[in-house]
Ligand binder design. Sequence first.
Ligand code: 26W
Length: 823
Amino acid sequence: KTWKEGIRGVDSDVPSITKSIVNHVQTSLARQAYNVDNVGAYQAVALSVRDDLIANWNETQLYTTNKTPKRAYYLSLEFLMGRTLDNALLNLGLKQKYNEGVEKLGFNLEDIVDCERDAALGNGGLGRLAACYLDSSATQELPVWGYGLRYKYGIFQQLIAPDGSQLEAPDPWLNNQNPWELPRLDVTIEVRFYGHAERLDKGKAIWSGGQEVLAVAYDVMIPGYHTKNTNNLRLWESKPKRGFDLDSFNAGDYDRAVASSTSAENITSVLYPNDNTYIGKELRLKQQYFWTAASLSDIMRRFKNTGKNISEFPDFVAIQLNDTHPTLAVPELMRLLVDEEDVPWDKAWKIVTNTFFFTNHTVLPEALEKWPVPLMQNLLPRHMQIIFDINLQFLQSVERKFPGDRDRLARMSIIQEGTPQYVRMANLACIGSRKVNGVAELHSELVRTTIMKDFVDYYGVSKFQNVTNGITPRRWLDQCNPLLSDLITETLKIKKEVWLRDLYKLEGLLKFADDPTFQKKWAAVKQSNKERLAHHVETQFGIKVNTSAMFDVQVKRLHEYKRQTLNILGVVHRYLTLKAMSPAERKKVNPRVVFFAGKAAPGYYIAKLTIKLIVNVARVINEDPDTKEYLSMFFLPDYSVSLAEILIPASEVSQHISTAGTEASGTSNMKFCLNGGLLLGTVDGANIEIAEEVGESNVFFFGHLTPAVEELRYKHTYHPVPVEEKCPPLAKVLNEISSGRFGDGSVYEPLLNTIRQVDYYLVTEDFDSYIRALEMVDTAYQDRNGWIKKSICTTAKMGKFSSDRAIMNYAEEYWNIEQIKVP
Ligand code: 26W
């Protein structure tokens, strides 16, 4: 008996695969077989794979529905899925056969795979984490559904103008049809906005009037790895309830009639491109309510179909809130229970607080969502009542526990007083949930001691836990780095599917860490991935890259707390040092290529200026005949999941250098290390746990620790010391930039002044130790075999960071759901 038993499609042979592809070309695409380009071939191949996914998905859903187990729902405003075809082929074990089949038809599978557009319905870490968790839920055969929005436009496409400015273009990712979704035009839900709420007795109310829009379901199939189990991601699209507003139409006001339908469609038009910065736009609140209302109504309908009693709701439904974005689900479930199901308030509250679980992903104050009460009152009058009622009961109970502590009440209140008042979504999410978790040990501790401190005092510490993030080793090793995956399989002498499902098995590599033949093969894989990246960069951007230099990578959203500035200032420092050397001295230097990529929020001025600085410094140093052999730098535009899949396997060092205490976890740090890249970072987020696993001698740590940060910031504000005094080498770097060495220096003053003045993220405090850490990297790299050994040992110890471990943690500790084997 093999894993293939009962899985639809996995036993197809090559002739039946080619037949199915040709069939789709002629029927679904209505094209002639001799008249197909790569894009057409991609569509036909995708449709052919989709047939198998649908069969498995159908059986899974049918079986699970009949079995009526407890289910978990992952509510996330973002799912950063990337491409699907390659992943689906690997999960179904069909890659080899499709390779052959496609070849027989005169195509190349890699080229076909490259035709797919990324599904980029997310900003960064939070959205990609949701995608990894879907992969792991399906692989672990857990009854988990994702719920999100089907944005017409994903994260914007980033263009870099010749002067280094970031430009944003829309991402119409659905233009060429999306074979991976199943429109469920029969699953539609009405969602109300505005109107008025009239209180009845016993805490109930009637909400009526206002505007009604329709939510239409689109289902995305999520295949598990080597299992029939195929889960569902349900994305909602907004539609006008009637094509036009009859009243306006009758009044002869055609424009207005059409405008109301446009406003309904606008709700799911575009993903908001802010990451870690809250912007209080009404349309964003509309998105949040539209999505939580549609999802909860769907979940409630599914629960009621089981015929269970409403009090059993939490025994059959667990809902994970991915950050505060879906927090309206708390008052919405109260509304459904109290107003529509006639459940008494207290009983309803018990159901609610046993259903929800809340994950916090950031402690940055500017990221915490708070909505103006007048805005919410107008858009969601009934929810505002419910929130005030929840708050009143809650504060009364706090008052009983801590009598007379007015400050505490003010801090814990869901409502922040002032003009206007605000609804604090994190407080509401915490009060409405059974458990609250952070995403790495340090971060969870910060949640307990800073933003949630009062709540820990009130509820006790056991409500506040940790689940360290994880990544799926299917996409982030097997798919993106097939050479390494094969080398590991051949070395461990166990089947690939075994270690890909139990990543701790990678520890078996440790005993080969000193083996010279293995080391040689390991290094050859890295070299080949460096060449793959170089080839990509050359064909896409027309830039030549020196593949014998060390590849040093920092790719992530541009943000001051992530400190791309530290990296670029370090590069300038290195450049100045090289310039001051004699040619003979330079020959001893380790050549280095520094890659950057990442998007800046369109309104984030300082982040955009950082990109401009990187691009313009790169222009100068890449052209300098004295140094270009030893140091070059590239900003790769339009960072995406697909670009990450090429960059990560090619990296020898990657940088995760946030100010201590600011990066909740980071997940790309795990991806780089899994692919044998070494970590250069601060003592922050999941870096700490990575170091615990791989050993401190295998990472390059630097910088102040979290407890020092607050005190240093205080000093910066009240007893500032000029950078010339504090850190002369950094002052020199800043002055070189100001003085125009990399183009008009005045352009960069606002950026440089953030460092010269308050320096909130402590670049001046960490610069010296950062430069020393870079030197340690150089020294370690000179010892070729020592370096390769570190690389092997790093990969070998990454077992903990599989998202399978993380998702099982949620399933067992929080959701209390069980694995289901579809027969
Ligand atoms: C309201 C604006 C906004 C938008 C997105 C605020 C906050 C967010 C996200 C929560 C930001 C985010 O993606 N956080 C990242 O979450 C990852 C997954 O847990 C962590 O690995 C990153 O460290 C964290 O920055």
